[in-house]
Design a protein around this ligand. Structure first.
Ligand code: SF4
Ligand code: SF4
Ligand code: SF4
Length: 401
C-alpha cells in the first residue's frame, strides 16, 4: 500500500491490454472491469477513425471491445460532455464510465450541476492532459517543420518544454513548444491557457507524469479522488487485474513540477490573451467587435458548445434588427445573447473555436469574460462547489444595497 494511501504506481496484469494500452494499460483494465462486473452498462471513450489523427467518440457495451479505446489518438480534441448530455440523454437510463480529459470532466461536472447529466450514473476516469493538437495543422507541422511522415508517427509528447514526435522507425525529433506556439503551431489555443491539467475533479486521475525508476514507461500514476474512485481501484486490485506499488517520493514531486510548469505557461498565455481588456463585457465586445463582424451566423459555435443546451433557442427568433436571429451577419446582440446564456459555465473547452468557419476566436472571448466572473464571484466552472451558480440568485453584495 502507498504511504500516501491515495497515490499509486499501477499496471495491468492482463498481457494484451498492458501491451496495447499506454503506460501499463490501467485505464483500459478499469473500464473493462466496470463493464464485466455490471457496474456500468456502457463505456464512453474515443477510438481511431480514418487514422490516428481522427478521434471518434464511441459507446462500448461489450467488455471485449473496450480495447479499441486503448492507446493514444494524436489529436483527441473532442469534448465528450455533449456526446453524453445530448446523445446519451445525460445517462438518464444507463450507467456509464467515461475516460476523460480534465476539460471533459469539468464540462460533465458543470452539466451535472445544471441537471443535464445524472451524477449517480456516471464514473469519471480522468487522464492528465498537457494539451491536444488540432489534426490538420498538426499533420502539416509534422511534415513541414519536423520533416517526418505523419503516417509513421506513433507517439507525441510534451516534455521539458518540448513537443517530441516519434515515428515507428524510432526516429525522434523535438522542438520548443513555446517557439512552435509563437508561430501559430502546437497545441490548440484554448489548451495553451487551460488551467486544469490533472483532472482533480474526476473519480480517479491517471497519467504517466511522475512514474520513474524501474516502472518508467510501464506503469501509470494513479490518484484516488473520490469514494467512488477508491472503491473502483480497490475492486480491480482485489480481483488481481491491477498491481499497484507505492510511488517514489521524487516521482510525486516530478508530477507536481510538470503540472506547475504547464499551469505557469497557461497563466502566461492568459496574460497575453486578456491583455488590453479588463474582462468586462462591454470592454471585451469593443475589443473583438471587428472579429465578430466576420460572423456568418452559421450557429456552429452554439451547436458545438456542450454548455449551450436549450431546446428552444431564442437566437433563432425572427424579428426586428435588435432581436438576435433574423439577419446576417449576426448583430453583436447574437453573441451577447449567447454569452448571457452560458458564459458563467464556460470551461474553455475550445469546441466553439474549433468549428468557427470565420476563425473568430470565440473560445478566447468567452474565456476572457468567464475569467472576470471567476474573479468577481469566485465561481469556477467544472468543480463541485458550495458556491451558487452566478446569476441564479442575488449576490450578498446586491442584497446589501
Ligand atoms: S483544454 Fe485542457 S484538458 Fe482540455 S484538451 Fe486542452 S489542455 Fe487538455
Ligand atoms: S463557449 Fe466555447 S469554450 Fe466555452 S464551453 Fe462553450 S464551446 Fe467550450
Ligand atoms: S461559429 Fe463562428 S461564424 Fe458561426 S455563428 Fe459562431 S461565431 Fe459566427
Amino acid at each position: 500500500m502507498s504511504a500516501n494511501e491515495k497515490m499509486y504506481y499501477a499496471y495491468s496484469t492482463i498481457d494484451d491490454i498492458r501491451n496495447k494500452g499506454e503506460y501499463g494499460g490501467v485505464v483500459t483494465t478499469i473500464l473493462k472491469h466496470l463493464l464485466e462486473s455490471g457496474t456500468v452498462d456502457a463505456v464512453v471513450g474515443v477510438e481511431e477513425g480514418h487514422d490516428l489523427y481522427d478521434a471518434v467518440p464511441c459507446l462500448v457495451t461489450k467488455p471485449e471491445n473496450v480495447i479499441k479505446t486503448a492507446g493514444s489518438i494524436h489529436c483527441g480534441t473532442l469534448n465528450l460532455a455533449k456526446f453524453i448530455s445530448k446523445y446519451l440523454d445525460g445517462c438518464r437510463d444507463m450507467k456509464i464510465a467515461v475516460s476523460c480529459k480534465p476539460c471533459d470532466a469539468m464540462t460533465i461536472r458543470e452539466l451535472i450541476k445544471r441537471g443535464k447529466i445524472i451524477a449517480d450514473n456516471i464514473i469519471l476516469i480522468g487522464v492528465n492532459c498537457g494539451g491536444t493538437l488540432p489534426p490538420i495543422p498538426t499533420i502539416k507541422m509534422i511534415r513541414d517543420v519536423y520533416g517526418l511522415d505523419p503516417k509513421k508517427v506513433v507517439k507525441e509528447e510534451i516534455s521539458k518544454g518540448e513537443l517530441i514526435i516519434e515515428t515507428e522507425d524510432g526516429e525522434k525529433k523535438a522542438f520548443a513548444i513555446e517557439e512552435l506556439e509563437k508561430d501559430g503551431m502546437g497545441r490548440r489555443e484554448n489548451c495553451q491557457r487551460c488551467n486544469l491539467k490533472i483532472p482533480f475533479n474526476a473519480d480517479l486521475a491517471l497519467g504517466n507524469w511522475g512514474v520513474i525508476g524501474s516502472l518508467d514507461g510501464k506503469a501509470t500514476f494513479v490518484e484516488v479522488l473520490s469514494d467512488k474512485g477508491a472503491e473502483i481501484l480497490g475492486d480491480v486490485i482485489d480481483e488481481g487485474l491491477i498491481e499497484v506499488e507505492e510511488p517514489i517520493e521524487k516521482g510525486i514531486e516530478i508530477r507536481e513540477k510538470i503540472n506547475n510548469a504547464l499551469l505557469n505557461a497557461s497563466q502566461a498565455k492568459k496574460d497575453v490573451d486578456y491583455c488590453g481588456t479588463t474582462g468586462d463585457i462591454i470592454d471585451v465586445f469593443y475589443k473583438y467587435d471587428e472579429e465578430f463582424s466576420k460572423c456568418m451566423k452559421c450557429y456552429g459555435c452554439r451547436e458545438a458548445c456542450p454548455l449551450c443546451f436549450c431546446e428552444d433557442c431564442c437566437l433563432e427568433a425572427e424579428g426586428p434588427e435588435w432581436v438576435p436571429g433574423g439577419y446576417t451577419p449576426a448583430a453583436p446582440f447574437f453573441h451577447l445573447t449567447r454569452m448571457v446564456h452560458m458564459v458563467d459555465a464556460c470551461t474553455n473547452c475550445g469546441q466553439c473555436s474549433e468549428v468557427c468557419p470565420c476563425e473568430i476566436p470565440v473560445s478566447k472571448v468567452w474565456n476572457t469574460v468567464n475569467n472576470k466572473i471567476r474573479e468577481v464571484y469566485g465561481y469556477i466552472p467544472g468543480f463541485d462547489s458550495e458556491n451558487r451558480i452566478p446569476f441564479t440568485e442575488h449576490s450578498s453584495k446586491a442584497k446589501k444595497l
